[in-house]
Design a binder for this molecule. Sequence first.
Ligand SMILES: [Zn+2]
Length: 59
Amino acid sequence: MSKKQIPCRYCKQEVDDGVKRCPHCGTHNPTIGVKKAMVWTVGAIIAFYLIGFVLQMLH
Ligand SMILES: [Zn+2]
């Protein structure tokens, strides 16, 4: 059983599923889809808004 191969989201060359870094182009987490990255980005923005809101409430 060989590891599942997934195309890198940046250079499209196949890499092992779950690798931390693409061996071809050096992209971090190349197998994490764009959708998942978007969810993380949106989540981080919401978290920053909430922190900012809480800090304003404290003043
Ligand atoms: Zn790549």
